[in-house]
Design a protein around this ligand. Structure first.
Ligand code: IFG
Length: 531
């Protein structure tokens, strides 16, 4: 374009620029930028902002809860416990008055049936933030979303400058899968109760609702069993590399179960067998087929140990161990391991797993096992935890066709002990390197051939601890990948989008910094200032 045409274009452009500038100058004082709904992890099912509406938390704000519900009152106290230190506000918790009070309200009425038992509805107006749910677990989930809609500074333990604002919103949200778990291997290295409570608090922020504790292995037995005291006292006395051992007393375990429950997380205890049992075999010579106790083991090999399948005492032992553990575990599941039983013959393995299944059922628990257990006699009630690195497994598909439910933990996607990249100091890489892309970009409901959405109970992110010794190590390996797993477990697949997720994940960085979570700054994510 040349001549008069270009001149017209330039003058139109100049006019547009002038108009735009004038508009900006005339704009009313913009509201402090509130956190967009699009930054919540896991992504909610539906989340609609209300333009021009802002709720401001103030010194007069009260946290109202469903009258007559102690569970709702406890959740109100939990929320207030997070908000008080950072805002400096009193934030009293009280039963909600009739009518629609101003302030924060956690109610067990008025939620749509569609949100089920774990979902919630969140409404933010200029005068009130209201979370409605059918069950307390849903209220707790809604509180996690509310936390993420408040500035990251709200997570601080000292008073921060406000304002404490939330943008107007209408959110209706509920999980895709009922089981969204994280596993912590406390056998290779022992983690004291405070470390487990810390992890539980981190899991809660992302709506994880199961904590699988890997309580026994070759290198350590970590739960006191009164009828077999040497298991913990001797079998728990060491760890990988000869590092300090340790174990949970039954009081410790009971307290951890209660703490997790207060965050709406159910504990799944695992006693791995028949393999991964050197700590038990070292503790009691009479458990060994040859009557000789092996030395305690501090290496990292697997597959060399087996309980003595033909020995009657083995089943007395298992019945008493499972009996004591089941009595301490209110949750429905007990994990029997079953993985890497390379020193157990196939026939013995089937005999053993089938018999242990009956013992666990007799103590009122549903059996979980690593997916190796599908090679025993098919039992639809037994849940298989898939840890393979492929996308097809004929035996697992056959079990699923026979009614077995599957928890998806593919080692090359969900194993948090895998290195991010070759140079990652911690972790292993036998299943491959896992950065954010690998952790997020798969569909648990359609990943394993022959195991469709209806066969998938949920997902779980295991953290094996051969190379993990401290809470800082846990932070580094769990973040930022655990939120990816949490989103795969909670959000509808229709919201699944790697690019959008990485933006959402970046927005969590400032929050983790305030929370003191020493996460890996993945180069696949652009982390905003303050991350
Ligand atoms: N596989 C073993 C674990 C642990 C892991 C480390 C399973 C089910 C390798 N079994 O994963 O004990 O050693 O990545």
């Amino acid at each position: 374009m040349t001549g008069p045409g270009i001149r017209r274009t330039l003058s139109a452009l100049a006019l547009a620029v002038a108009t735009g500038a004038a508009a900006l100058l005339a704009a009313p004082a913009a509201q402090a930028a509130t956190i967009p709904l699009t930054s919540v992890v896991p992504a909610p099912v539906t989340a609609a902002p209300t333009a021009g509406v802002t709720y401001t938390l103030g010194s007069a704000t009260t946290v109202y809860t469903e009258p007559g519900s102690t569970a709702a009152a406890d959740i109100g106290a939990y929320l207030a416990g997070i908000l008080r230190p950072s805002t400096g506000y009193a934030l009293p918790v009280a039963p909600a008055p009739t009518g629609s009070p101003s302030g924060i309200a956690l109610l067990l009425t008025g939620a749509p049936a569609s949100v089920g038992a774990q979902g919630y509805q969140l409404d933010v107006t200029s005068t009130a933030v209201t979370v409605r749910a059918n069950q307390p677990a849903g209220l707790f989930a809604g509180v996690q979303t509310l936390r993420q809609l408040l500035p990251a500074a709200v997570e601080a333990t000292t008073v921060q400058a406000g304002p404490w604002q939330v943008g107007g919103a209408h959110v209706v949200d509920y999980p895709r899968f009922g089981y969204r778990g994280a596993m912590l291997d406390v056998a290779r290295h022992f983690f004291p109760p405070a470390a487990v409570r810390r992890y539980v608090d981190q899991l809660a922020l992302y709506k994880i609702n199961y904590l699988h504790l890997h309580l026994s292995d070759d290198q350590g037995w970590r739960i006191a069993i009164n009828s077999w005291p040497n298991l913990a006292v001797y079998g728990g006395g060491t760890a990988v590399g000869g590092d300090p051992g340790g174990y949970y007393t039954q009081a410790d375990y009971t307290a951890l179960v209660a703490y997790a429950a207060s965050r709406y997380i159910t504990v799944v205890p695992e006693i791995d067998m028949p393999g991964h049992t050197n700590a038990a075999l070292a503790s009691y010579a009479q458990l060994n087929c040859n009557g000789v106790a092996p030395a305690r083991y501090t290496g990292t090999n697997v597959g060399f140990s087996s309980l003595c399948v033909p020995l009657a005492l083995t089943y007395t032992f298992i019945d008493q161990v499972v009996g004591e553990l089941a009595a301490l575990t209110p949750g429905p599941y007990l994990h029997i391991g079953g993985d890497e039983a390379s020193s157990t013959s196939a026939t013995d393995y089937t005999t053993f797993i089938d018999r242990v299944q009956q013992i666990v059922a007799a103590h009122g628990k549903t059996v979980l096992g690593w997916h190796d257990v599908v090679h025993a006699t098919p039992q639809p009630s037994r849940i298989a935890q898939f840890w393979g690195t492929g996308t097809s497994d004929a035996a697992v598909a056959a079990a699923a066709a026979n009614g077995t439910k599957v928890i998806m933990s593919p080692a090359n996607r969900a194993y948090l002990d895998m290195k991010y990249k070759n140079s990652t100091r911690l972790g292993q890489k036998w299943a491959g390197l896992i950065d954010v892309d690998k952790a997020y970009d798969w569909n648990p409901g359609a990943y394993l051939s022959g195991v469709g959405e209806s066969s998938v109970l949920g997902v779980e992110a295991p953290l094996w601890t051969e190379t993990i010794r401290t809470t800082a190590d846990i932070d580094y390996m769990a973040f930022p990948r655990l939120p990816a797993l949490a989103e795969l477990g909670w959000s509808p697949y229709s919201t699944h989008n790697l690019t959008a997720f990485k933006t959402r994940l970046g927005a969590q960085g400032p929050r983790w910094r305030v929370m003191g979570i020493g996460y890996y700054q993945s180069t696949q994510v652009s982390w905003p200032a303050g991350s």
